[in-house]
Design a protein around this ligand. Structure first.
Ligand SMILES: CC(C)(COP(=O)(O)OP(=O)(O)OC[C@H]1O[C@@H](n2cnc3c(N)ncnc32)[C@H](O)[C@@H]1OP(=O)(O)O)[C@@H](O)C(=O)NCCC(=O)NCCS
Length: 199
């Protein structure tokens, strides 16, 4: 499997739906809110000056295979979802009526994210996701490692990640990249490990 890792800043706008489609393979809250939220989130993320990330592209077919995203302030990315009030109200009403538990989880998670204290010089591995057909061949680990190398280059000292306790693939990749579990906690329906690594 030959691939090239590129910065998300070089992603052509018409490829954002592909990133959103791959992201729906993540079992987290953003996916539960649905495709419009996922697409809007990544539209904002690639424009955000402090967030950074990578996508993997098949060297031959050019297909996008997976991506990773980090930020020193993940709550800023989530807050941007509410900036266009009309868009947010229209879409969140749909969630409230069709998936009320996802809405409840959103309230709980936004409180938790805001309460998470970030020291200066730290970043969060916000997402790393690989298309199901390319999993289990080291790509997830490389995409996360690329965030760590770039974070180090940018002068950050530490990286954090939260991983659901059942998510063995993510835990293995994260621990192989040198992260250590610092605590385990409940966040609504989620039971997560909090991990950290020096950069
Ligand atoms: C987590 C994820 C990005 C890992 O990507 P990947 O390319 O499959 O991971 P890697 O091939 O780099 O594998 C990392 C390790 O996990 C292991 N692994 C991969 N899939 C596994 C599975 N389904 N069950 C158990 N172990 C698995 C690999 O064998 C490897 O372990 P090793 O280093 O001991 O050999 C991918 O599974 C994914 O996209 N999941 C959905 C999104 C997600 O959960 N993201 C993380 C949110 S915290």
């Amino acid at each position: 499997m030959k691939y090239i890792l590129r910065s998300l800043t070089t992603l052509p706008a018409e490829k954002l739906p592909r990133i959103a489609e791959i992201h729906l393979g993540d079992a987290g809250l953003l996916s539960k809110l649905g495709y419009p939220f996922v697409l809007r989130y990544f539209e904002n993320a690639i424009k955000d000056e402090r967030a950074f990330g990578f996508y993997a592209q098949d060297a031959e077919t050019k297909e996008i295979m997976g991506f990773s995203l980090a930020s020193p302030e993940p709550s800023a990315l989530t807050s941007k979802l509410t900036e266009d009030k009309a868009w947010f109200i229209k879409n969140i009403l749909k969630v409230i009526f069709t998936r009320p538990l996802a809405f409840l989880q959103m309230v709980i998670s936004s409180i938790t994210i805001r309460a998470q204290m970030y020291e200066s010089n730290t970043i969060e591995c916000v997402y790393f996701t690989v298309d199901t057909k390319f999993r289990g061949r080291g790509l997830g680990r490389s995409l996360q490692k690329a965030l760590m190398d770039e974070g180090h280059k940018k002068g950050y000292k530490k990286i954090y990640a939260s991983v659901e306790t059942w998510n063995i693939a993510s835990l293995k990749a994260t621990q192989a990249n040198g992260f250590k579990i610092i605590r385990t906690y409940h966040e609504g329906i989620y039971h997560r490990h909090r991990l950290e690594s020096e950069l």
